[in-house]
Design a protein around this ligand. Structure first.
Ligand SMILES: *Cc1c(COP(=O)(O)O)cnc(C)c1O
Length: 878
């Protein structure tokens, strides 16, 4: 029966407990261990059964219990303190305030998913958790940042298994009214709505807000009338549906997101695209600059790009969102007409090779072409991205491709166990969670008594064991497993045994079954070859994408192996990996294992969470681990090799893994003193804590985004829009002129005044004669480029030396000169290149134009000295 009317009924909190509602609706509770404790104390069973959702819990708790609690002075005092802490947190003077005191900035952070807390299942994995941690640290730092995303009715799937160990998916429906969400309303109190045009119709969305400390996260929801069923389903499932559904979602995120910010009265000065899903936002922003501010397309493009930031997360071309040309034209062709572009000119925004009309439209390319700052998520991934996207800067040496790296991090207060946080607070002081690597407090790690650190860690391990047992029992009961099986689950794992944790998406490149490469050997490792004080156990978790059959087969093969060998109490697969399970695992294991095929793990973050809890990482040198201190804070599997033969690689790396476990990990872990403390292990734990916590922390990461990207693009936006956009217009006109005439320039002659037998550090002069055509010396940087010549006859890296403008010769050629020398011996090369220059450019690489001297077309004169150039009137202009 359909209701004639619906009401959102909220609990009647006794006045003394009114503060609980305020706490429940600000996710700051998620990283305040005392507030979590407060909710748990309210009703421990309900806290668990509500899936750690305080809003749902407050809605379900019975009125008698609330009354009893309201009379409990101790509880009320604890609640009052929690509210006071939240108020203090929200009004703190912050890092941002100290660094940008006068700013009226706003940074919009767009992401397809956000992983904030387990009761908000609108994330699938690492990308979402990173976005969630970004918002939390932005709040800690007081950044004027807002999140933009979609609110999914069903979110990502919940995982369970059939009796054969085959993954099944369930899509629990999110009840928005019982989640920490609030609808945005207009002045009249009606739901605020935005509208986005799709072919032949308009789709509407309402706006929900999640408050993350000081940072609001706005989520669009199309699940409303009068949208038709298909359009309502745009916000049905994260990464669900086919390619058409995907494009619908990305239009809503990018275009709808920009409209939503406007409807909310926000005026962002930076637009951060977390992965390419949101890149359509560029189209909408260009359109708005044209319609609202009367800019021409090139000017509007310049304005949009001046304030956009793109973070890429994938190290493989297959991971990039691609759409066919006809889909792009069908869904977004109206933007081409608005911009006055032909279809191919429009599609070129998403093509690396604009001349190849058969290539699909890449969201990553669109994002790069419309951004002023582009980065990968670890140093290694930065290099991989420069290679992957290097084609966009044709002829530029790969090392100079302007894609930088900002290594990911994790939010410390969200991933370190409660008791461990309290231990750190006690010995390091409360600032440890945000302190930089140079802070003195890290020296105090050595003052934590070994015994205390170890006992605390043992407590975390036994909590993990307890959690795994009850979690597994519950899921067995849900699928009506045999009582003996359920009973057995109560005895899995041993709280005293060396525990290896492995949890991540079951994509094949992550090689979750590498440790099963040699079944006899791993069996021997697990059973300690009969010695109790040698044993090893595994706790494993992770989901395979519903369509990833090979991924599901990996999970099943682990489950089958454990059953067949009778090892099901030493290798435990914990179903339905989520933020909550992750927190238990990264706190309670001893070793965090990661063995992807390098370089396919862009960063990886679960190992960072583990390190902050004092776990030691055992990992292939990929992603973040490649730049960590992998000698002192864990072990490296291999030494960063990349292989062509995957079977051979598995063989070598599985063997390396076994060797490390047998010869290093197990002996160190079980080497105990008379108090049963593994002193050597604990020393390594301390190294893991103080060397990794400050570096792989979102506090460091968000500061880096702020300093290197948000402040820069905000300044640039302000600069370009001054005086009715005069600078933007100047830059756009200059850029059009430059592009038209760039390749008309000719490097005619280069005179090199060097002896044929040149010595290290011997200086010599070089002079160049260039016909600039329609361009003028102010438009250009002229550089000599020198580097070692490799076996293939090319210079792959080198350094550049600016040449000085000397004036013009009688034929109107521009003359340039520089002095140079080589500081290394061997076969060294020399070349010359031209790059664009303009006062409003952020970098000379931004126009993606470069012109090199062509060895076949340039007259090279080796002379012993260069005659002085007679000064001309043009020289004084330069
Ligand atoms: C941290 C985390 C991830 C990301 O882990 P990776 O090491 O990057 O694979 C995925 N899912 C959850 C629930 C997490 O907490």
């Amino acid at each position: 029966m359909r209701p004639i009317r619906t009401f959102n009924v909220t609990p009647a909190l006794p006045p003394r407990l009114a503060g609980l509602k305020k706490l429940a609706y600000n996710l700051q509770w998620d990283w305040d261990v005392d507030t979590i404790e407060l909710f748990r104390r309210l009703d421990p069973d309900l806290w668990e059964s509500s899936h750690y959702n305080p809003v749902l819990m407050l809605g379900m708790i019975n009125q008698q219990r609330l009354q009893a609690i309201a009379d409990d002075e101790g509880f009320v005092a604890q609640a009052d303190r929690a509210v006071q802490r939240l108020d203090d947190y929200l009004s703190e003077r912050t890092w941002h305030h100290r660094n940008r005191p006068q700013s009226d900035e706003c940074y919009a952070y767009f992401s397809m998913e956000f992983g904030l807390t387990s009761c908000m299942p609108v994330y699938s994995g690492g990308l979402g958790v990173l976005a969630g941690d970004h918002l939390k640290s932005a709040s800690d730092l007081g950044l004027p940042l807002v999140g933009v995303g979609l609110l999914y009715q069903e979110g990502y799937f919940a995982q369970y298994f059939n009796a054969d160990g085959w993954q099944q998916e369930r899509y629990p429906v999110n009840d928005f009214y019982n989640m920490p969400l609030e609808l945005e309303r207009d002045d009249q109190g009606s739901e605020m709505r935005i509208a986005v045009e799709y072919p032949g119709r308009t789709v509407y969305a309402r706006i929900w807000r999640v408050q993350v400390g000081t940072v609001p996260l706005y989520l669009l929801d199309t699940n409303i009338e009068p949208n038709n069923q298909y359009d309502q389903d745009i916000c049905d499932r994260l990464y669900g549906g086919d390619i058409d559904m995907r494009i619908h979602q990305e239009i809503m995120l990018g275009i709808g997101g920009v409209r939503m910010l406007e409807a909310l009265g926000l005026k962002p000065t930076a637009y951060h695209m977390n992965e390419g899903h949101s890149a359509f936002l560029a189209l909408e922003r260009i359109r708005r600059f044209m319609e609202r501010d009367g800019l021409a397309y090139p000017e509007a493009l310049q304005m949009a790009a001046s304030s956009q930031i793109f973070t890429t997360h994938t190290p493989v071309p297959a991971g990039i969102d691609l759409f066919s040309s006809d889909k792009i034209l069908y869904y977004l062709g109206r933007y081409a007409r608005k911009f006055g572009l032909s279809d191919d000119e429009f599609l070129a925004l998403g093509r690396e090779d604009t001349g190849d009309l058969s290539t699909p439209f890449s969201m990553a390319v669109l994002a790069i072409k419309t951004a002023s700052f582009v980065n990968g998520v670890s140093q290694l991934h930065g290099a991989v991205s420069r290679e992957m996207f290097g084609g966009l800067w044709q002829d530029l040496p790969q090392a100079e491709v302007p894609i930088t790296a900002i290594t990911n991090g994790v939010h410390a207060r969200s991933c370190v166990a409660k008791s461990t946080q309290e231990l750190y607070d006690r010995y390091l002081g409360p600032n440890w969670s945000q302190a930089g690597a140079k802070d003195d407090l890290w020296e105090r790690v050595q003052s934590i008594p070994d015994e205390e650190l170890w006992r605390n860690h043992e407590l975390c391990r036994s909590q993990l064991v307890k959690y795994a047992r009850s979690h597994l029992q519950k899921s067995l009961l849900e699928r009506d497993a045999a009582p003996t099986e359920v009973a057995k689950a109560a005895e899995i794992l041993d709280p005293a045994v060396l525990t290896i944790g492995f949890a991540r998406r079951f994509a094949t490149y992550k090689r979750a079954t590498l440790f099963l490469h040699d079944l006899d050997r791993i069996r021997k490792i697990i059973t300690g070859d009969g010695q109790r004080r040698q044993r090893v156990q595994f706790v494993i978790a992770g989901k395979a994408h519903p369509k990833d059959i090979p991924g599901k087969e990996l999970i099943r093969s682990i489950i089958h192996f454990t059953r067949d060998k009778g090892l099901d109490s030493s290798i435990v697969f914990v179903p339905n990996y989520d933020i909550h399970i992750a927190r238990a695992m990264v706190a309670g294991a001893d070793i965090w294992l990661n063995n992807p095929r390098r370089p396919r793990e862009a960063s990886g973050t679960s190992g960072m969470k583990a390190a902050m809890n004092g776990l030691l990482n055992l990992s292939v040198l990929d992603g973040w681990w490649d730049e960590a201190d992998y000698v002192r804070t864990g072990w490296a599997i291999g030494s960063g090799e990349e292989y062509d033969d995957p079977d051979y690689q598995d063989e070598v790396e599985a063997n390396a893994l076994y060797e490390l476990i047998e010869k290093e990990v197990v002996p160190l872990f079980y080497d105990r003193d008379e108090n049963d403390i593994p002193r050597g292990w604990v020393a390594k734990m301390k190294d893991a804590i103080y060397l990794n916590t400050p570096r792989f922390n979102t506090s460091r990461m968000v500061k880096e985004y702020a300093r290197r990207a948000y402040f820069m693009v905000s300044d640039r936006l302000h600069q370009l829009r001054a005086d009715q956009y005069a600078p933007a217009k100047e830059l756009a006109a200059w850029h059009t002129h430059l592009s038209e005439h760039w390749y008309d320039m000719k490097i005619k002659a280069i005179d090199i005044a060097a002896p044929s037998a040149l010595q290290v550090n011997e200086t010599f002069n070089v002079q160049a004669k260039i016909a600039l055509g329609q361009l003028s010396p102010e438009d250009l940087l002229v550089e000599l480029y020198q580097g070692t010549v490799q076996v293939d006859g090319e210079m792959h890296t080198g350094i550049s030396i600016a040449m000085d403008y000397q004036g013009q010769d009688a034929d109107g050629n521009s003359l340039y000169a520089a002095e140079m020398q080589y500081v290394t011996s061997g076969l060294q090369g020399l070349s010359l290149r031209l790059l664009p220059r303009h006062r409003y450019l952020h970098s000379s690489l931004e126009p993606r134009l470069i012109l090199w001297a062509n060895p076949e077309a340039v007259a090279i004169n080796m002379t012993s000295s260069i005659p002085d150039v007679p000064p001309t009137p043009a020289a004084s202009q330069a």
